[in-house]
Design a protein around this ligand. Structure first.
Ligand code: ADP
Ligand code: MG
Length: 728
């Protein structure tokens, strides 16, 4: 019988890429054609309503019923002119993927049929949402959930062969008002940060009335041939290879990073990039990553709410377009043990409505004080809430990556680069705390001028989870499959809260008669002292750093169930209450959802492992063992010496040894799983899954991978790493 692996390999080797044609040779000619952006709004709306909508987008002003009807009609007209027949509220429930429920514009009427789209359908909908994760927020009797239009992220048309759909970005909230998605808390955090940052900006520039957050998300991913993927139940059901001996050639030659892109992959990239560009996703960069068959794409940064919507949309598109190319995209953080996993670098900075990047060091001392204020407050915020930031990137899949010598460790720290680090040290130790200073200018005596940071001297340390890279911070610990909203809500919230506290402290000094700049610098100095422990310039992957971090009292929480505790501490509850982002009930609900997701994913992995070992790996090994037994019998019949029998007998013994190792451990794991499943409390259950059930995974894998190396290659049923990883 032909194994699935043999057929899959044949299929994978004979792939021909589909024809891919760009809509135009100039990207600018088709960029955003499927987006109801400002230009199209202007074309389809009356001048008055257009202006109202723009001020709603920019300032968050409410849109009245009548205007909503007008906008809905305009959107419908545009969408129908593009061939759309349906519309959907597009939202981001806590499952991690996006959700949509399509309705047709079509409605029967007494004169036949018409297409309608009312303002009320644009603004709010009530999807039957009882089966989305809610962490106990909704009882069945109040199971209603609402989606509500987010005008700050433009509507777009999703194309598929079968039809086109107008998608309206929305938030998703419970009947009782609690957030059930990622977007609602992000928008609240942005509003808190805007207010706090504008207040602080007033010290420097009264003309600033809005501060928004910019985000550029670098997305790493793996590609695998679809036939080979389908022949691996573990990849198909858990997103990662639960077994598989590391390929003899992996990433050790360092020949993949920035290497030339294989033609088949390149064709796929162009195809999904075109689709993304049509949707207004400003993709700019593509390249190979460190591991074989690992790649990265990155857009130009955008306003954060849009950047995150675009990233969610991009992940969805990448998967859809991959079907046509017979690829499967693996967004899992660690699909293959032994080679690098994938992350999603979040490049974050603060931009004013005057066009200023608050994290750009600038040229003049005055600008420097403004920069220093935001720079140091960010560091201080991360120091205060490092555990919460750690929690925000915690997931069962990211646990494989963090601290595994390929991604930042589970210890949160900030890397600033030696130039800025020295500047901060000098400021901190300068004793002339400026009391004596009379004039504004001489204030800066003794404070080194901050050099213009050239990009090549900053971004050297790739081992830091939170690195300053010239004019932005880069959170590198985010998992590749994660919705960036979770960590970005936290980052924006902690910086907002920190800036608010900063202002209170500075105002106090000013009230006491201190000069404004002196007051600012005094508090900055104080923060520098208080947050010093979070700064680390060395190798974040090293054991020395783990030891040093422990001495400094920094947390190093390696697994998710315990990392998540930070979501429900008093400190976090207070932070989110201060910033008006989450109620205590919402935090507990989120905590519960994250724990559930953690143990459910491990439960699935454990089940898949059991099934594969019992019904694929053991039978294949026994088949091979029988061949050896026949061979040994034959040798014996021929009357050959004991020495001649040694080889088959040795191999038979080895196979037996690993088979019994497998069986014993699989059975033990099964027993442990049964007991763990009976645990009621989610946190206890998650910890038991981690510490008890998962503890068998490595041993089970060890025996399987040994068998893979022993058993005849032609009967081994699962595609091997060398076949999965090197794309033709
Ligand atoms: P790398 O980190 O690989 O060197 P780049 O320097 O090209 O990559 O930047 C990565 C991402 O950071 C891109 O998406 C880029 O648009 C984004 N980025 C650049 N400047 C900013 C900024 N001020 N705020 C947010 N993101 C930014
Ligand atoms: Mg980067």
């Amino acid at each position: 019988m032909k194994s699935l692996r043999t057929t899959a390999l044949k299929e994978a080797q004979s792939r021909i890429s589909p024809e891919v044609k760009s809509p135009s040779t100039k990207i600018s000619e088709f960029f955003g054609v499927n987006v109801f952006d400002k230009k199209k709004m202007k074309d389809f709306l009356s001048k008055e309503v257009f202006e109202k909508l723009v001020s709603s987008i920019d300032q968050g002003e409410l849109i009245n019923h009548e205007d909503a009807n007008h906008i809905a009609t305009a959107m419908k007209t545009w969408a129908i002119s593009k061939g759309a027949t349906h519309y959907t509220h597009w939202f981001q429930p806590l499952t991690g993927s996006t959700a949509e429920k399509h309705d047709s514009f079509f409605e029967p009427s007494k004169d036949g049929a018409i297409e309608v789209f009312a303002g009320s359908a644009l603004v709010q909908q009530e999807p039957d949402a009882s089966s989305f994760p809610n962490g106990g927020i909704r009882n069945t009797f109040e199971a209603r959930g609402y989606t509500a239009w987010d005008p700050s992220s433009p509507a777009f048309i999703m194309e598929s062969k079968a039809g086109k759909t107008l998608c309206i970005p929305t938030v998703f909230i419970a009947y009782t008002g609690e957030a059930l998605d990622y977007k609602a808390p992000l928008l609240k955090a942005l509003s808190a940060l805007d207010k706090a940052a504008v207040d602080v900006c007033q010290y420097f520039d009264k003309g600033i009335t809005k501060v928004s957050v910019s985000l550029g998300i670098e997305q790493e991913y793996f590609l695998v041939d679809r036939a080979l993927y389908n022949a691996r139940p573990d990849l198909a059901l858990t997103g990662r290879a639960l077994f598989g001996h590391i390929s003899a050639k992996g990433q050790q030659l360092e020949d993949h990073y920035f290497g030339s892109i294989p033609e088949r992959v390149f064709t796929y990239m162009v195809d999904f990039e075109n689709e993304a560009l049509k949707l207004g996703i400003p993709l700019k960069t593509r390249h190979n990553e460190v591991a074989p068959s690992q790649f990265e794409c990155a857009p130009i940064y955008e306003e954060i709410n849009l950047a995150i919507d675009h990233n969610q949309l991009l992940m969805d598109l990448m998967e859809k377009v991959a079907v046509k190319h017979n690829f499967k995209v693996l967004l899992h953080e660690k699909p293959y043990a032994g080679i690098n996993g994938s992350g999603k670098h979040n490049n974050w900075s603060l931009i004013t409505d005057t066009g200023k990047n608050l994290l750009s060091p600038g040229k003049t001392p005055k600008n420097n004080l403004m920069f220093l204020t935001f720079f140091v407050n960010t560091i201080k915020a991360v120091h205060e809430h490092a555990d919460l930031l750690r929690a925000s990137i915690a997931s069962v899949s990211n646990d494989h990556r963090l601290g595994a010598n390929e991604a930042p460790p589970a210890i949160i720290s900030c890397f600033l680069g030696s130039q800025l680090n020295d500047v901060l040290d000098e400021i901190e130790s300068s004793r002339s705390i400026i009391k004596k200073v009379k004039s504004e200018d001489s204030l800066w005596l003794g404070i080194p001028k901050i050099p213009q940071i050239s990009f090549d001297t900053t971004d050297r340390n790739r081992t830091s989870p939170f690195a300053f890279t010239g004019n932005k911070f880069e959170l590198r610990a985010v998992g590749s499959s994660e919705n960036s909203s979770a960590p970005m809500t936290v980052l924006n919230a902690i910086v907002a809260d920190q800036l608010t506290k900063f202002k209170v402290e500075v105002d106090k000094l000013i009230k006491k008669g201190e000069k404004k700049d002196v007051a600012l610098l005094t508090i900055i100095k104080k923060y520098l002292k208080e947050s010093k422990d979070i700064r680390f310039e060395g190798n974040g992957y090293s054991q020395e750093w783990e030891d040093e971090a422990a001495k400094r009292g920094l947390s190093n929480i390696k697994t998710t169930p315990k990392a998540l505790d930070a979501y429900i501490t008093d400190k976090t509850t207070e932070l989110f209450a201060n910033t008006n982002i989450f109620s205590k009930r919402e935090l507990h609900a989120r905590h519960e959802i994250l724990l559930e997701s953690y143990y459910k994913k491990l439960q699935i992995e454990a089940r898949v492992m059991g099934e594969m070992v019992n019904s694929i790996i053991i039978p294949a090994s026994i088949t091979y063992q029988n061949v050896l037994i026949e061979n040994a019998k034959g040798l014996k019949e021929l009357g050959l010496s004991k020495e001649a029998l040694e080889t088959p007998v040795n191999i038979i013994n080895k196979v037996s040894e690993h088979l019994s190792g497998l069986k014993v451990n699989i059975d033990k794991m099964l027993e442990e799983r049964k007991q763990t499943n009976a645990i009621e409390d989610s946190r206890d259950k998650a910890i038991a899954y981690d510490e008890k059930v998962k503890s068998y995974f490595d041993t089970i894998r060890y025996h399987t991978d040994k068998l893979e190396q022993i058993v005849d290659d032609s009967v081994w049923p699962l595609p091997k790493f060398r076949e999965l990883l090197f794309l033709k």
